[in-house]
Design a protein around this ligand. Structure first.
Ligand code: HAM
Length: 428
């Protein structure tokens, strides 16, 4: 029988890598909480209609990438391909709006898109995302960019770049679409088959097409920013003024549109040079019309999401996560010693001292070898003599020294040793 493997595009996150993930997630939680975002966890699956209505019928995500299935009652269910629509659904369902203030929510978790897997692109991937719902203040758009940069700074991720655009609103976007449509119609035969098929319904999609033939055409397409209405133009100007004021570097990209239809006004991407073709570490923007479109009162909102796999990739495995090394390994010899070790282990762990013992009746010699391999700082030897004298022989694995400590004092002594060398969290 063939051994089973993880499904292509989904992978196991193992050991050190999983520890790196926890570290990044913890850091992200702290940074986001600093900016006064609160955590939300929405289900992994939703009714398909939620995504079709919000992301857009012509988008690549809806037409090609969703994991959709019928449940036992014949309802169409989709594994969430992104987090904004579920957050808006939850916001409306649970009346999360705050009188006179913005509702700021963040999420960390898995998302699913059936794309061709490659470096930085999975079918199950993970996002750290946030949504600020209830205000159109351009300062909030800039807060989204600034919280991302703060996180990347904490991760010592150098070389990130911000690309910025405004995609207008339902007032000015249709006029621009008309201008763009005219331009693209004149190049129709050179566009890829996907862009040709969706051209009349949504010409903006062509600007986001990654195919070479389309890119060379859209390069010379009329810019969206030249067609913004007065209030979108003013809003965009304010976003830039805030960025300048905070000395956040960015570049304007008049052809930046995102693959999701709900965006209005600000759209941005944060890229990293080491990511190759999938160079977006994070992306986001405003979605001022989505909440009304989903049945709520007209409510402006802005948000972003960063890809965890891409953060790890951009770091190139150079994370300084807290050490997982053992403080003390207990090496008992004999039945009585084993029982004593179980109790001592319980006491050590209750004091928060990372500890482990032998469960396989190894010889003392092989326990010491194992402790060495596990990089334990100390080994507590409990042999016949130790049981008789109610002591433990504690060996310091760094300097090789050994001392006898009364059984009842071991926890206190080890805790003290640790406290004296370890005022700040351990780093490997
Ligand atoms: P998105 O641009 O589709 O936006 O995804 C955001 C980030 O998720 C990307 O920049 C990338 O880092 C990561 N990502 C997306 N797809 C994959 C994949 N297949 N494999 C690995 N990483 C991936 C959104 O999802 C919006 N909901 C962001 C947002 C929140 N806008 C407003 N609020």
């Amino acid at each position: 029988m063939n051994t089973l493997k993880a499904v292509r595009g989904a992978r196991d996150i193992l050991l050190e890598e999983a520890e790196d993930w926890s570290y990044i997630e913890g850091l992200a939680r702290r940074v986001l909480q600093n900016y006064h975002y609160r955590e939300i966890r929405t289900p992994i699956f939703e009714e398909t209609d939620l995504f079709v209505r919000s992301i857009g019928e012509t988008s690549d995500i809806v037409t090609k990438q969703m994991y959709t299935f019928l449940d036992r009652k014949g309802r169409s269910i989709t594994l969430r391909p992104e987090g904004t629509a579920p957050v808006v659904r939850a916001y409306l369902e649970h009346n999360l709006q705050r009188e006179g203030s913005t509702t700021k929510l963040f999420y960390i978790g898995p998302f699913f898109r059936s794309e061709r897997p490659q470096a930085g692109r999975g079918r199950q991937f993970h996002q750290i995302g946030a949504e600020a719902i209830g205000s159109s203040d351009p300062a909030l758009d800039v807060e989204c960019i600034s919280v991302l940069l703060h996180l990347f700074r904490e991760l010592e991720l150098a070389g990130v770049k911000v690309r910025l655009n405004s995609v207008g609103c339902k007032g000015c976007q249709p006029k621009y679409k008309e201008v763009l449509l005219q331009y693209l119609r004149s190049k129709l035969t050179s566009l890829c088959s996907d862009c040709r098929a969706r051209l009349e319904r949504n010409p903006l999609r062509a600007l986001d097409c990654k195919k070479e033939e389309c890119r060379s055409i859209t390069h010379d397409a009329p810019a969206l920013t030249g067609h913004l209405c007065h209030s979108c133009s003013e809003h965009f100007g304010e976003v830039q003024a805030h960025l300048d004021n905070l000395k956040i570097p960015y570049s304007l990209d008049p052809h930046l549109v995102r693959g999701l239809d709900y965006y209005t006004r600000t759209a941005f991407e944060v890229t990293h040079p080491d990511l190759g073709a999938q160079n977006a570490l994070a992306a986001g923007g405003r979605f001022d019309e989505l909440i009304a479109q989903m049945g709520g009162n007209p409510t402006p909102a802005v948000g972003f999401a960063a890809g965890l796999e891409r953060i790890i990739l951009a770091k190139g495995g150079k994370l300084t996560t807290p050490s997982q090394e053992l403080i003390i390994y207990l090496a008992p010899a004999g039945e009585k010693a084993h029982r004593q070790a179980v109790k001592l282990l319980h006491q050590l762990r209750s004091r928060g001292i990372r500890s482990e013992m032998d469960y396989e009746e190894r010889s003392l010699k092989s326990q010491l070898r194992l402790a060495n391999r596990l990089k334990a700082k100390y080994v507590a030897i409990i042999g016949e003599k130790e049981v008789r004298k109610k002591i433990v022989s504690v060996k310091d694995m760094t300097c090789g020294g050994q001392e006898e400590i009364a059984l009842n004092d071991v926890v206190g002594v080890v805790a003290q040793k640790e406290a004296s060398v370890c005022q700040i969290p351990h780093r490997s």
